[in-house]
Design a binder for this molecule. Sequence first.
Ligand code: ATP
Length: 206
Amino acid sequence: MIRIGLTGGIGSGKSTVSDLLAARGAVLIDADRIVREIQAPGGVAYQPIIDRFGPGVVAADGTLDRPALAAIVFADEAARKELMAITNPHVGRIMAERMAAEADTDNVVVLDIPLLAEGGKARYGVGGVVVVDCPIDTALRRLVDIRGMDEEDARRRMASQATREERVAVADFVVDNSGDLAHLTSEVERAWAWIQSLPAGGTPPD
Ligand code: ATP
């Protein structure tokens, strides 16, 4: 197993890069998807979140009202930390279990970790960190024009994340997503070649 971490700011193109890497044979372990699994009714984080944030974060169908929860935590740093304290230990454990299942394979395992720059790269024991980078205005335009996100909401979320410079500082390889999809595809080809050159196993977590 070659283990790499993938990160990037909101709207930078992480999911698109993940898909392009998966098309080349990478196994994806996606922190956001795990968060959604554990926050679903019956998931380990579901009830603790309701206990902490109240019935206002439950939608009519009994699932968590993620926009309501996001509105609370993006407006209140202490609340955001509490939510992370509820979910992060489970996310870490489940990622470790999924990695263990790949340990004896030759697969490239890509850990898609949105807050890797914020948490410190050593924690995940990856052999290399790929950062998807693009100008803030480009990410904002994609989120607002393509995804239909509210501009103020997108700006608020960006402000709560590591800066572009902080994120690039943790990178071992930067994928430039300032251009079109053809340019991004050639960047992913370059990243894939670099990933293949890494030693198997990654580094032990500290
Ligand atoms: P989030 O942080 O919200 O999960 P993300 O970093 O995973 O976002 P994507 O979902 O990959 O970002 O990209 C955001 C949007 O921009 C998507 O609709 C995607 O199709 C589009 N997009 C990404 N890269 C490009 C590009 N180079 N050219 C045009 N559109 C792009």
